[in-house]
Design a protein around this ligand. Sequence first.
Ligand SMILES: [Cu+2]
Length: 447
Amino acid sequence: MQPHATRRSFLAGSSLAAAAGAWRAGSMAGAPRATTLRAWESSTSLAPGVPGVDYAPVITPNGTTLPHRVVGGVKVFHLIAEDVLHEFAPGMQAHCWGYNGRVHGPTIEAVEGDLVRIYVTNRLPVPTTLHWHGLLIPNGMDGVGGLTQRPLQPGETFRYEFEVRQYGTYMYHSHHDEMTQMAMGMMGLFVIHPRHPNEPEPDRDYAILLSEWKLEPGTRRPDPNEMVDFNVLTFNAKIAPATQALVARTGERVRIRIGNLSAMDHHPIHLHGHSFLVTETDGGVIPAAGRWPEVSLLVPTGSTRTLEFVADNPGDWALHCHMTHHLMTQMGHDVPNLIGVEHSLFDEKIGAVVPEFTNVPGDMPRDVVSDTPTDQAGGDDSVPANSLPMISTRGPFGYVTMSGMFTVLKVRDQLSSTGEAEPYVHPPGTLADRASAEQMRADGIDA
Ligand SMILES: [Cu+2]
């Protein structure tokens, strides 16, 4: 597709790609913008980037992409802020606030140089706004209630419109009564693809938004007043075992974009079995010489980080936050420390008066053992209504003792015709198991 002649391309004197590259380089060095245009000067335009032609759409596990239509060369989107009954995992639901029937909202995708027009309708009982986090746009489109615009009253629809002048991983979220509205789920991802990629695009492009919630067992509304003790930690608003796995074929290049809009926490996201390069922040692309290898990536709140690697190690690899309490759903502070305590007599005595007490790890609630999704309120009284045991993820070797911010990267030499990963079969000699007495003797191990 041919870009139309534009004032910007005329001003730039050479190719738009070169202008954009120079601008990004300047931005990264903290230098003033090289372009002569200001954010409010609409200069465009390039033809709107077409999914599947100009870019490979991003995959938002457990999520979706916001549809758009093109009207007069402008990409038109519509977000509806509304009450959503959201399921964190089978057995745990809450009345949250989201967009277009989803928590979090659908991922918005665009291409550098696109003109986007985003209608926002407020169907909540309270005023709200939308902020485009990290985007370099005119001040009056920035969505900060009271500062850059008046809030949308219930029932109102506002129009946000701007040219997308950068690429990378960004976010959108309410910027009015932030503490409450973000705690209720009002956020989503905003992914922008480069117009002219100057490095190969990955084979798999995943996006995950981190957030945290307070949901007392037995309640059905997130509590926005919580400051410290968040007890539901989510990848794309889901907790394991409901988090969708990431899949890759051996040898494919994988990108994972991670945004964090948690109220109070940073999350070190750890990937097993691979090392990756940190390639982008929401401030821009990291030049090749400045990229560094990691196996855990700290994603501060209010930031995005992007990592890339070659999936060269087949298997089921954990991808999780390394803060161990962020893997524990609805854990409380009041749990006594029973390490070293002889349980059996204790269990017997307490069990006589509180039968469900004996339903502790190792003796899981029936519905979880059978892997049958169930609403705990619907009859199984082994955990409080509308809550889940902390260890409820079933793996091929038993329970995975992680919930919350945990999912799996499945790397396989072959995928099924529908792109699914079959159960992993460990090659001989590559699975840890009980040691043979014979080998221990031969190695001088006395156990
Ligand atoms: Cu964390």
